[in-house]
Design a protein around this ligand. Structure first.
Ligand code: ADP
Length: 256
């Protein structure tokens, strides 16, 4: 295996069972806790191609399914990532699916339920997904629109996994494995994360993620001074407010 993933619990076994039973998977959790990495790891482990789509508010069903393109004086159909995953029997991973336009749910319904069908309206093609096709979506439970947009019958077909920040020991291991940083650096960064995640009085837009710690650890491992690394990779990423940044700076100083 070339992709490194540290399991948090029984998610690998559950995902494998969902795959074997042709059930779609929904992964909930804050950003930067390993959802995308997990899906990449599982695709490699199961030996199927992976099509990852980072969803955004302009993403339409056509971006997933495909469209006609003009080449010279010809019009040619080009499959989108979802169609390719269906044709090849791979995993289609829609990251932050709540961001996507509403029309996307219409395409996903028949694929996510027992029909496992994709209808290409523009070409009139009806595709039935092979057994190794799998739909995986992730979202941040902060927003609920995607689930509201799904019919309850479809929604119930998703096997749901909840991801959270790894426990301190796991998070330390991840930092060391990902960045090659010294164990004391990993220890202190995780300690810092614990302190900041425990803050109730400061209103942060984002929570401190494992990804931010990985960035800080990388900077430190390549010779950047820890306070500066934490400032750049964590504090400035967490807040734009001067006052809040100063408060966080204090915590960084007390840890390092
Ligand atoms: P998400 O998709 O949840 O936003 P990612 O999968 O992109 O987050 O994870 C961000 C980074 O954090 C990864 O690139 C990796 O360096 C690290 N990471 C987080 N969790 C794990 C894990 N369980 N195993 C290995 N790396 C992890």
């Amino acid at each position: 295996m070339s992709i490194h993933y540290h399991p948090q619990g029984n998610e690998i076994a559950l995902f494998e069972k969902a795959f074997a039973n042709q059930l779609p998977v929904l992964i909930k959790g804050p950003t930067g806790v390993g959802k995308t990495r997990f899906v990449a790891y599982m695709a490699e482990r199961l030996g199927v191609p992976l099509y990852t789509v980072a969803c955004h508010d302009d993403l339409t069903a056509a971006d997933l399914v495909g469209r006609f393109l003009i080449r010279g004086d010809e019009t040619v159909w080009q499959d989108g990532p979802l169609t390719r995953a269906v044709r090849e029997g791979g995993i289609c991973y829609l990251d932050e699916v709540v961001e996507a336009r509403k029309d996307v749910t219409v395409v996903l319904h028949p694929l996510a339920d027992h029909r496992r069908e994709l209808f290409l309206e523009r070409t009139g093609e009806h595709l039935t997904a092979p057994p190794t096709f799998m739909l995986v979506v992730s979202y941040n439970p902060g927003y609920q629109n995607f689930l509201k947009g799904l019919k309850p019958s479809t929604r119930q077909r998703f096997v749901a996994l909840r991801f959270d920040f790894p426990v301190p020991e796991k998070e330390r291991e991840i930092l060391i494995a990902e960045t090659g940083c010294e164990p004391w650096v990993a220890q202190k960064l995780v300690h810092l994360a614990q302190a900041i995640r425990g803050l109730k009085q400061i209103d942060l837009e984002e929570v401190i993620s494992t990804r931010m710690l990985v960035y800080a650890a990388r900077l430190i491992a390549s010779g950047v001074e820890p306070l500066l690394a934490c400032h750049a990779a964590i504090i400035e990423a967490l807040t734009d407010e001067r006052e809040v940044a100063l408060g966080l700076e204090e915590i960084v100083r007390s840890v390092f």
